[in-house]
Each structure stands twice: as C-alpha cells, then as structure tokens.
Write a protein that binds this ligand. Structure first.
Ligand code: GYE
Length: 318
C-alpha cells in the first residue's frame, strides 16, 4: 500500500517535472529574423506591413531590421540574427550576388534561411531552403507585350527606361523580360536606360535629365510605380502630358499607380504582389518542423490597364 502510494506520488512528481519543463518548451514561439531591403517604395511599405501583421497573427516572435538599401547592413543584420540564435532567418536580398559567406555562417549555425521577394546568385543552392516571390522576368514580358499590343503611333518608338536598383533581381529580370518581347518589333527601341533606384525622387531626377537631352521620347518603361510617379511630375513640369504625349508602363500596381491611372497619367501597371507575409510565416513554421519545401514558390499576379483602374481600385489591398 505504502509502496504503491509512493510510486503514485513519484509518477505525479515526474509528471509535474516533465510538464513543467516540457510545456513551455513546446509553446515557445518561433523566432524569425527578417532583414528587409529598406523603405524605398510603396510596394516595400506594404511588404513590411504584411510581414509584421502576419508574424503577430501567427504568434511568431519577429526581429525586424531595415537595411536602407545597403547590402552591408543586411549582412550585419543576418550576422546579428545568427548571434541571437533565432530559429529561422528570412531576407529580401537587395542585390543578387555576394551572399555566400554570410549564408555559410548561417548554415554552420544550423539556422535555415528563406529568401523572400528577390532571388540570389549562388553556386551552392543548399545555402537557402526556398525562395518566395514573383517571376520578375514574366512581369517584364507582360509590360513589353502590353506595349506592342496597345501602342497606337506610327514610325519608330523611342523608349526610355528607368531601371530599379543596380544588381537587384527585379531590375535585372524585368529588363530582360521586357527586351525579350519588344525585340519582336524593330520599331521599338530602348534609347536611354538608367537606374532610378526604385524611388520617386530618383525617378523624377533621371526623367528630368532624359527630357533635357532627348527631343523625342514616346514611351517610358519604369521598373516600378514609384519611379513612374516621380517621372510623371518631371514630364508635367516640362509642359507635357504624361499618359498621352509619353505612354507610361510600370510595374507593382500599388494604390499610387491606380490614382495616376484614374487621372489618365499612367497607362498600365503590371501587378507585383507585396503581401508575402502570411505565406512566409506558414513556411517558416514548416521549415522549423523540418518539412521539405520546393526551391521556388511563385506568387500569382495580373495586369491593370488604365481603363480598368476605377473599377479595380476599391478591391486593392496595397
Ligand atoms: O517592385 C519595388 C521595390 O523587389 C519586387 O522592390 C520588389 C521591388 C518592387 O522597391 O517597388
């Protein structure tokens, strides 16, 4: 009797110890370190908001860092996440190259890495688990195709291009996709191309310079809406009508672009979805649990010509 009571007590005691130790460990939230590019565009602001909101909703402890468009800052942030022993690291690489060293450090520390939005170039794909984001080459193709199908004027078509951040995946791939498509019609030529770093202010500045040097600009292709919006100001200040005197094609489909389209100043915006947060949180949990992932997870996107803007605007989430 005494013996069995003792053993019963010891079972209860053991249960308490196990429960006391194991339960908090099971319930401990996943810690995710996220190294963001910066706050260069409306797209980026929506992307950051999505990541913060969805981390909260998923009960994930988020450590967020803003690199102000500088690779060295992102590398520092990743190193500090490694030092803090986070469970998972995610980041949107500002440029495609130069990541192997820091990613090897993460690998040695056994911290899985997820890429969001922008891809990298590496000889060792084992340095990251998966990449969640858009097909930028396809976005460039959609922009080019819209132009070939909808441009009304005759004769040579001079296109000026505002590129995104030099060396970034969206700048490289959007350019590639666009060129691939317009090459089909020799009337269409890119006469000038320069980076506007994905910002409104640089977009405006570079467009001002283009307008000063070029007599004939028929089309502007901007790698994002913010640069197009900056360029619209430059075109108006030069006494021309954006959307009419110069046809404007851009990418992202943020609210600012819809407003410009409804005002007749922007002709088309190809969609690029920044709301990657919920997907990232779900995948971070799966990765932590050891579930295998495809190497690439693409987001689905559309295209919005000016004529559809007023009808679509109320449905837009970013
Ligand atoms: O198009 C641009 C932002 O990487 C897809 O970065 C993103 C791009 C987006 O600054 O507006």
């Amino acid at each position: 009797m005494l013996k069995s009571r003792r053993s019963l007590l010891s079972v209860i005691a053991a249960g308490l110890i196990v429960g006391g130790l194991a339960l908090p460990a099971l319930a401990a939230p996943l810690t995710l370190g996220f190294a963001q590019v910066g706050a260069e565009s409306e797209w980026r602001t929506a992307n950051t908001q999505s990541i913060k909101d969805s981390a909260k909703a998923a009960g994930i402890n988020l450590k967020f860092s803003d690199a102000q468009q500088k690779q060295e800052n992102q590398i520092k942030a990743i190193r500090s996440f490694i030092a803090q022993k986070v469970d998972v690291i995610a980041f949107a690489p500002v440029v495609t190259t130069g990541w192997d060293t820091v990613l090897k450090e993460a690998k040695s520390a056994k911290i899985p890495v997820i890429l969001t939005d922008r891809s990298i170039e590496t000889k060792d794909p084992s340095l990251y688990v998966t990449m969640i984001g858009s097909d930028f080459t396809e976005e460039g193709r959609k922009a080019g195709k819209w132009l070939l199908d909808n441009y009304k004027g005759e004769g040579d078509v001079n296109i000026v291009e505002l590129q995104g951040t030099v060396g970034s995946a969206p700048a490289i791939e959007r350019k590639k996709g666009f060129e691939e498509v317009i090459k089909a019609n020799p009337r269409f030529k890119i006469t000038r191309s320069q980076t506007g770093d994905f910002t409104r202010s640089k977009g405006k500045e570079v467009m001002e310079a283009f307008l000063k040097t070029d007599k004939k600009i028929n089309v502007l292709f901007a790698h994002n809406d913010d640069m197009a919006i900056g360029a619209i100001q430059a075109i108006e200040e030069a006494g021309m009508k954006p959307g009419k005197d110069i046809i404007i094609v851009s990418i992202d489909s943020v609210k600012g672009a819809f407003e410009a389209m409804m005002a007749g100043k922007l002709n088309v915006s190809v969609e690029c979805n920044p709301l990657l947060g919920p997907q990232l949180m779900a995948i971070a949990k799966e990765v932590k649990a050891g579930k295998p992932q495809p190497k690439r997870i693409n987001t689905k996107e559309g295209i919005f010509p000016m004529e559809t803007a007023a009808k679509e605007f109320p449905n837009r989430k970013y």
